[in-house]
Ligand binder design. Structure first.
Ligand code: HEM
Length: 123
């Protein structure tokens, strides 16, 4: 159906690891992104993304605490979603995500903002 997002398995994403002329895909919170063109512009350098090429980079992506600008760019790079059969598996494997597993990008930003507010209040 037009507009419907294609579901990819982790094995399919793994084939797009930037090697042998393949594009570079990365999974962040169950969404599949094509970062091939973006990598060279990444302020953190392309190597950091290469490390997660064809894999789930959610933990490292979140650990850096990307801005809403980064999330906006990310949205434009979406090519599909992770196949439902792989979502649970993948989540279990990256479970140490400080309770942010089920948050949408918007919810995550809200959480970050409230953390920042606490910091300002508490000094
Ligand atoms: C898991 C892979 C990733 C890691 C480990 C990572 C890490 C980093 C780091 C360390 C910086 C800071 C650079 C500096 O200040 O010198 C940064 C900045 C940034 N990254 Fe990533 N990054 C990743 C993936 C991505 C992806 C896929 C995007 C696509 C939108 C992205 C967008 C940005 C942007 C826009 C910045 C500038 C700061 C900001 O707006 O948050 N990153 N990243």
């Amino acid at each position: 159906m037009p507009g419907e997002l294609i579901a990819y398995t982790l094995a399919e994403v793994a084939q797009r690891n930037g090697k042998a002329g393949s594009p570079t895909w990365i999974v962040i919170r169950d969404v599949v992104y094509d970062v091939t063109e973006y990598m060279a512009d990444h302020p953190g350098g392309s190597e950091l993304i290469t490390e997660w090429a064809g894999k789930d980079g959610t933990k490292d992506f979140d650990d850096f605490g990307h801005s809403s600008d980064a999330l906006r760019i990310l949205k434009t790079l979406q090519v599909g979603v992770l196949a439902a059969s792989d979502q649970a598996k993948n989540r279990a494997a990256t479970a140490q995500r400080k309770g942010t597993d089920n948050l949408s990008p918007e919810e995550l930003m809200k959480k970050k903002r409230s953390k920042r507010r606490m910091f300002i209040l508490c000094g």
